[in-house]
Design a protein around this ligand. Structure first.
Ligand code: ADP
Ligand code: MG
Length: 421
């Protein structure tokens, strides 16, 4: 079984503890900061939510670890909010279970769950001050030890006025809003409203924080600034967090692991780097970043390597690994644009010999200048457009291919990901 190939049966199976992910190579593992082995906090098992005949959430199996920031990523309508609302208790599952700290939460109403949700609209009370908004939940509810009601006779306790005051102060400090405690929501900027909403969500010290499109109401520049600030705040209180977003950059910068969701199902659950470098299917490969896909057929594969033939390429793709699939099988080879070399001269290997595989000729049809990089659209002899990127390291663009240039594209065997569905 090669690293690039994940059996169809691995779908839905969520990967294990971040530290011990199945197929992290030593090289990848060594680049990651050392992480503690974590305890599972939330276990979602065979969770289904149907609206009529349509399954908005379909057979989701997922384990979230204590202290983890986890992102559900998917396009609009794929079921992200429905999944989140079931965790919060606003929606009843059709079947399956939601276990938090070893206890089944599915039967508990929202206010009895040690879970808090921050809505995209923030849902702040307009007539209340910042401090009153943060104190609201603390005044309303009883507070249980560890956030969980333990049995019928556990009545928890109401916080005293002083305790509430102290908790509000602490939250204001946490989100750097001490000076704004007497303001009303309409006197705050978008980013400030978001901080207040976050403070209010964290005031009851939930075990699990749910964020539905947390930056949805902010403009692009502010979204980018708030990402790391939000992560810092969440990490400083150590709360476990499940967030939902349709923005892949947001998911990748904020979360330790992400789940790609499509039509109610989890397609791949992994660290951002692994989802990008080792997508487990064509959907995952195309969903994150851009990618060149070559529809191909596996000619041979054994421990000496694999030969793959694409109708779009004049020369075969040769891999150093055994892809461990049946000869003659249809496969798709995915190559990320930044892993394709583009040059005007005929490509040579590291020993200076002319390459015979893993390359194609082409004509530069278009160049998109993005500032840091340029994206080249190269038409290869089959008519297919291949995308490749070059960093604009040289300010004056000296020596880079330009429009209508005849070029060669080539790639390393390790850059190819072989996909079967
Ligand atoms: P997302 O948050 O990923 O955009 P949602 O979870 O809101 O997606 O919706 C998933 C699917 O379930 C959509 O097709 C949506 O139309 C449907 N859906 C969501 N809520 C309801 C509801 N209350 N009644 C019927 N269908 C719903
Ligand atoms: Mg939604």
């Amino acid at each position: 079984m090669s690293e690039n190939n994940i059996k169809p049966s691995d779908k839905h199976v969520d990967q294990d503890v971040p530290v011990t992910g199945n197929n992290i190579t030593t090289e990848q593992a060594s680049r990651q900061p050392a992480k503690k082995v974590r305890r599972p906090l939330l276990e979602i098992r065979n969770l289904v939510k149907k609206y009529g005949d349509v399954a908005a959430v379909n057979n989701v199996d997922l384990t979230i670890y204590e202290g983890e920031i986890f992102a559900l990523l998917g396009s609009s309508g794929c079921g992200k909010s429905t999944l989140l609302r079931m965790l919060a208790g606003f929606e009843q599952p059709t079947s399956g279970s939601i276990i938090l700290d070893g206890k089944d939460m599915s039967v508990l109403p929202p206010y009895k769950r040690p879970v808090n949700m921050m809505f995209q609209s923030y849902a702040l009370f307009p007539q209340m001050t910042v401090a009153q908004n943060i104190a609201f939940g603390l005044k309303q509810d009883r507070i249980y030890k560890d956030g969980i009601k333990k049995g019928f006779f556990d009545f928890g306790k109401r916080l005293s006025r002083d305790e509430i005051e102290a908790r509000v102060d602490k939250m204001l400090k946490l989100v750097h809003m001490e000076e704004y405690r007497e303001r009303k929501p309409h006197q705050l900027s978008g980013g400030q409203k978001q901080r207040v909403a976050l403070a209010r969500s964290l005031a009851k010290q939930p075990r699990l924080l749910l964020l539905d499109e947390p930056m949805g109401a902010l403009d692009k520049k502010l979204r980018e600034q708030m990402r790391l600030e939000l992560v810092n705040i969440i990490e400083s209180v150590g709360v476990t967090c499940v967030m939902v977003t349709h923005d892949q950059e947001e998911a990748m910068t904020m979360a330790e692991r992400i789940a790609i969701m499509n039509r109610g199902e989890l397609i791949q659950v992994d660290e951002p780097r692994k989802v990008y470098e080792n997508p487990n299917c064509c959907f995952a490969a195309e969903f994150i970043g851009s990618v060149n896909m070559f529809e191909s057929r596996l000619i041979t594969s054994d421990r000496n390597g694999s030969v793959i033939r694409s109708k779009d390429l004049d020369h075969d793709i040769h891999l150093d690994i055994d892809v461990d699939l049946a000869d003659g099988m249809d496969v798709t080879v995915a190559i990320r644009p930044e892993k394709i070399y583009i040059e005007r001269s005929f490509p040579v290997d590291d020993k200076g010999r002319k390459m015979v595989n893993n390359y194609t000729s082409g004509i530069v049809e278009n160049i998109a200048y993005m500032g840091d990089i340029s994206i080249y659209y190269v038409r290869i002899p089959s008519g297919k457009i291949v995308i490749t990127t070059l960093p604009n390291a040289d300010r004056f663009n000296i020596g880079l291919p330009t429009w209508d240039d005849q070029v060669y594209l080539s790639w390393d065997p390790e850059s190819c990901v072989t996909l079967t569905f």
